[in-house]
Design a protein around this ligand. Structure first.
Ligand code: SF4
Length: 320
């Protein structure tokens, strides 16, 4: 049975989730903690995902990074002028933030948590890179602090995951998310809409599949081709594998996706904008807030809302 609309809002916004948790405004501060990626050094795979920008993996890049505290200091300085009461979440964003010796990982997480006004962690990682020992430590941290682990699922099709050299399967992602949830740690997921070889029907089937996972939040983004990546070269060699969405078409795709999605999930974003100098295609030239305004207008025109066609029986394996 399709679900009833639950509120005036057409979808659950991640900001509302943070507002429920924190009695004050919180802002994420992105951190590059100098970790690398097991999909490039042979631990999980070689060469990395085909859409990943190789250039940022030079050793100098990591070596030049500032400490976690320095990055927090700079980030917080930027926001605290305008919002003195603001608190912060350290967002370990770059590369695989659970890929290092346990003591190194914990040292960096605690360095962030010890920084004044930091009230929690968001840790971005691959689903095949979450050992149980680390998860146990994160569970301890999450008993005292906000912790959300953000897993890159990218697609629920193993064929696609193989073709983009992702180095893990969808089943591995589902299993790790379940393990994380069982330790009462918030789980987020990241998905790319429009990977090569995926048609509209396949893309929408991702919404059905991930709806059964115990996720708190979801980030979607359009396929962006970054210059000098293997995928950018693939576009030239085999353009028939790609469908590069125009904005309005992508908006309707997002709304169809949203309608099929579990209404419990909080949506953090629908698009991402890579820096212009790195981006090969598509160059939509829209700021994120402009995209959101267009999306909301279209949702209203269509009378849509999150979970409109979601069938709760699809979600039997989801645990509260
Ligand atoms: S996209 Fe992420 S997982 Fe893939 S190669 Fe790049 S850093 Fe590694």
């Amino acid at each position: 049975m399709p679900t009833e609309k639950r509120s005036d809002r057409p979808y659950r916004d991640f900001g509302d989730f943070l507002q429920k948790i924190f009695p004050f405004k919180v802002q994420k501060i992105s951190i590059n903690a100098g970790f690398t990626c097991p999909n490039r050094d042979g631990t999980k795979g070689w060469g990395g995902c085909t859409y990943c920008n190789n250039q940022t993996f030079s050793p100098q890049y990591a070596a030049n990074e500032k400490t976690v505290s320095q990055q927090l200091e700079e980030g917080i300085r930027f926001f605290s002028h305008k919002y003195p009461q603001m608190k912060y979440l350290a967002y370990f964003q770059a590369y695989t933030n659970t890929y290092d010796a346990l003591e190194n990982l914990l040292a960096k997480y605690y360095e962030a948590l010890d920084y004044p006004d930091v009230v929690g962690l968001i840790i971005g990682t691959r689903p095949d890179c979450m050992p149980d020992k680390l998860l146990a430590e994160l569970q301890k941290i999450s008993a005292k602090h906000f912790v959300l682990i953000e897993y890159g699922i990218e697609s629920t099709s193993n064929e696609t995951l193989k073709s983009i050299n992702r180095g893990h399967t969808y089943e591995e992602a589902a299993e790790t998310i379940q393990r994380t949830h069982e330790r009462r740690i918030f789980c987020g997921a990241h998905l790319i809409l429009g990977l090569p070889g995926e048609n509209r029907k396949m893309i929408l089937s991702h919404a059905d599949k991930i709806s059964s996972l115990p996720l708190t939040s979801l980030k979607l983004h359009q396929l962006q081709l970054i210059k000098h990546t293997r995928m950018a070269a693939q576009l030239k060699e085999s353009p028939e594998l790609f469908h590069l969405y125009e904005i309005d078409e992508y908006i309707d795709l997002c709304i169809d996706f949203l309608e099929r999605l579990n209404p419990d999930f909080y949506i953090e974003r629908f698009v991402s904008q890579s820096p212009k100098d790195l981006l090969a295609v598509p160059g939509w030239g829209l700021k994120n807030y402009e995209f959101t305004a267009k999306l909301n207008k279209r949702i209203s025109e269509r009378g849509s809302f999150q979970g409109k066609t979601f069938n709760a029986t699809q979600s039997q394996s989801r645990k509260s």
